[in-house]
Write a protein that binds this ligand. Structure first.
Ligand SMILES: Cc1ncc(COP(=O)(O)O)c(C=O)c1O
Length: 419
């Protein structure tokens, strides 16, 4: 792997610009979804050529230390040797076949072993498959329609949960009631609004809404949610899609002693291979076996083999501790730089998934100046979304990141002055 990171802003983006131009002609909006660089500063590439470990290279050959990890899927580093070997071995045998491979049972057994509340597993492709299927199972189990979700929380891009209302009908949202994360009184109110018809309460392990400070869960809130679900016969659904395996080698609320009934997983469980999992307790197994969910590629064997290798390596490599350590180094360094530079920041969330905001920055002008400069110095972070550490980040990567963020703070101070 090349160890050179451009120290001076000399990056060219001509191949990227050409691809963007071609894309605008054949891809709506030029790009869509969470990977669109349209709203990012101009220093960000849209298109990447390759990736390895903690590094990515754009289509112009510029190298970056990657703190977005493909928005979460990469937890062990890009192209982790054990995951790639397991995927290659399975691919040599077959992938999308006449039926699933043994790897499906291996993956289900491993997840049931690792995640305390789980007695069974089902698989899909994306996080939206997993969250939506959890709610379908909860409805099948309870015979009720309504679902309580935290206002502003992201659970996927299906009509019931997408963040834009274009193309969404009121009917798509008719069975939702909203509460405020960490506010149990608001859950009581939403339950009343649901009038005894609540099939599920869906919640993420901590509040990680894009554009806002992150907020860790109040353990009392988690316990009260569990008690409330038990009292009212409502399913507690934990959306682990983003946080799963980054906070804990198992369910994210296990350290709190709170077990959900159903949990939705994707992103990190396959280290980049397309797989999602729905995990549940025995009480929901019958309902899970009655619903009909499937997809042409839901039974692919390669991602299942990759998931087995990934989840095994997360434990073998003590990945959670590694991300905690390097994430803490990164966050401590950024806090120090901001204090020394007289720039006010709000750096929140767990060290493995930190989020940086500049207060009074509604138009993201400061955030974009900061992140654009950081990208120009060879480090990918994000002005609105939380970042992701992987177990592949080295101390040297953190040093490089801090060199880049130092330049970022200088750029913010030069443009906006000291706070
Ligand atoms: C918490 C959470 N739930 C669900 C999803 C949806 O996952 P996907 O984009 O794979 O459908 C995401 C994606 O970012 C997520 O962060």
């Amino acid at each position: 792997m090349t160890e050179t990171i451009n120290q001076t802003p000399t990056r060219t983006r001509t191949n990227d610009a050409r691809l963007r131009q071609r894309a605008r002609a054949v891809i709506p909006g030029g790009m869509y979804g969470h990977m669109s660089a349209n709203a990012l500063p101009p220093e960000y590439p849209q298109f990447y050529q390759r990736s390895e470990g903690s590094h990515v290279w754009d289509v112009d050959g510029n190298e970056y230390v990657d703190f977005m990890c493909s928005f979460g899927p990469i937890i062990l580093g890009h192209k982790h040797p054990k995951v790639e070997a397991a995927a290659a071995a399975q691919r040599a045998d077959g992938d999308t076949q006449a039926g699933p491979a043994a790897a499906m049972v291996d993956a289900a057994e491993l997840l049931v072993d690792r995640v305390a509340h789980a007695d069974w597993a089902m698989f899909g492709k994306n996080g939206t498959d997993a969250t939506t299927t959890c709610l379908t199972i909860a409805r099948a189990a309870t015979g009720r329609a309504k679902v309580l979700a935290a206002a502003g929380a992201y659970h996927g891009s299906a009509p019931w949960c997408t963040i834009r209302m274009d193309g969404v009908t009121p009917d798509d949202r008719a069975n939702l009631a909203y509460y405020t994360f960490n506010d149990i009184a608001s859950v009581h109110r939403a339950l009343e609004e649901a009038g005894g018809e609540a099939a599920a309460i869906i919640v993420s392990p901590f509040r990680h809404d894009a554009g806002f400070d992150e907020e860790l869960v109040d353990p009392r809130f988690a316990r009260e949610l569990r008690a409330l679900c038990d009292r009212t016969g409502t399913a507690l659904v934990l959306d682990e899609v983003r946080a799963g395996f980054r906070l804990n080698d198992g369910g994210s609320w296990e350290p709190l002693g709170v077990a959900p009934d159903l949990s939705a997983w994707s992103k990190a469980i396959g280290n980049g291979y397309p797989i999602a999992a729905i995990l549940g307790s025995a009480a929901f197994s019958d309902a899970a076996s009655r619903i009909f969910v499937t997809g042409s590629f839901w039974f692919q064997a390669v991602p299942m083999a990759a998931a087995v290798a990934t989840i095994t390596a997360i434990r073998e490599e003590d990945a959670v501790a590694a991300m905690q350590r390097t994430g803490t180094m990164l966050c401590d360094g950024i806090e120090r730089q901001a204090a020394e530079g007289g720039v006010r920041i709000s750096l929140t969330g767990p060290p493995a998934m930190p989020n940086l905001r500049f207060p009074d920055d509604a138009d993201l002008a400061k955030g974009k100046t900061f992140c654009g400069t950081v990208a120009e110095h060879g480090v990918i972070i994000h002005p609105r979304h939380n970042w992701f550490l992987s177990a592949a980040h080295s101390d040297r990567d953190i040093e490089r990141a801090l060199e880049a963020t130092s330049a970022g703070f200088q750029a913010v101070r030069a443009r906006f002055g000291e706070d």
